[in-house]
Ligand binder design. Structure first.
Ligand code: COA
Ligand code: MG
Length: 281
């Protein structure tokens, strides 16, 4: 099933993790990476493991540190006994990094958890999105980030004055979407950092939905309701989908019409995907 809202929570803050457990997020991402200062990593690992030991109503993933930091091994070792529902892999450079993390997770025995890579954080990763096949049995989706990529590019900003991503970041996002759909997994849109601007969040989430994204990362609990609503098929779109399936079945062949518009196999595929998404619960 595709989670719609994925809420980041700094792993060194028990107060925020407890607050997040009461949010509407479909999944939490307990962060051991960029929101945790270097000196606080050991305490964050312990706090995240303790939080995982208590019940919570949603899925809980852990974002480990990047593989090349030398910290990921200790991150996994600390939280894996508490059995998170999955892992988020930042600065993922290619499918081989997914395999490396999967092996780390499984090393202790009770592994098998799914992995959500953040797959656009370096120029090399963006090249790999178009060049490689990212299919992997542990992939639960692909997501992207514009902050680290901006730093790698030497960019001054990732958005223009109107709040639209500059072209290199649109390229990265689109490449990630292609790689995700080619691998048959959900595409998850990046964070909207201006967390006091619900209108801007709504517009960005809608634009992502329109091109095929299935969910969005969040940084604040208040963003989850908007994201969930955007990525839940509306009654109108479900009515359209049911009408398409009925029209195609009635026509009994490859082509039909609905309200004067031609329907063929791609429309049927879209309609079935919408109905499947609605049946997620
Ligand atoms: N998870 C859980 N609780 C959160 C939260 C989050 N991501 N973001 C905010 N809250 C809590 C706050 O602690 C506060 O709780 P309180 O009322 O009990 O004190 C409440 O929600 C309201 O927060 P607000 O005052 O609006 O924001 P803030 O200034 O406290 O926090 C951020 C702003 C950006 C620091 C915070 O949203 C945050 O830590 N986000 C996640 C950052 C992160 O993980 N980044 C890495 C991925 S990009
Ligand atoms: Mg980062």
């Amino acid at each position: 099933m595709a989670y719609r809202s994925w809420l980041f929570v700094p792993g060194d803050s028990m107060a925020k993790m407890e607050k997040a457990a009461g949010s509407e997020a479909d999944a939490l991402i307990l962060d051991l990476e960029d929101s945790v200062a270097a000196g606080a990593k050991p305490a964050a690992r312990e706090a995240a493991a303790a939080f995982l030991g208590r019940p919570a109503p949603m899925a809980r993933f852990v974002r480990v540190n990047a593989l090349d930091t030398g910290l990921a091994e200790a991150d996994v070792a600390a939280v894996q006994p508490a059995q998170p529902d999955g892992y988020v892999l930042p600065k993922c450079a290619g499918p081989e990094d997914v395999e490396t993390l999967a092996r780390l997770i499984d090393a202790g025995g009770t592994g098998g958890q799914p992995i959500l890579p953040i797959a656009t954080e370096t120029p090399r990763a963006v090249q790999a999105l178009m060049a490689r096949d990212w299919t992997h049995p542990r992939l639960v989706g692909l997501s992207w980030g514009a902050e680290d990529l901006a730093a790698e590019l030497g960019a001054l900003s990732n958005k223009d004055a109107k709040g639209r991503f500059h072209s290199p970041f649109v390229l990265a996002r689109d490449a990630m979407l292609m790689a995700a759909r080619a691998a048959g997994v959900p595409a998850i849109d990046t964070v909207y950092t201006d967390f006091r601007d619900p209108g801007g969040l709504d517009a960005e989430a809608r634009a992502a939905l329109e091109v095929g994204f299935a969910g969005k990362l969040a940084i604040h609990p208040a963003q989850c309701a908007t994201i969930n609503q955007t990525f839940t098929p509306s009654e109108d779109s479900l009515a359209w989908a049911r009408a398409v399936v009925a029209a195609m079945e009635a026509a009994g062949g490859g082509v039909a019409q609905l309200h004067g518009r031609m329907l063929d196999q791609p429309h049927l595929k879209q309609a079935r995907a919408l109905l499947a998404r609605a049946g997620r619960d």
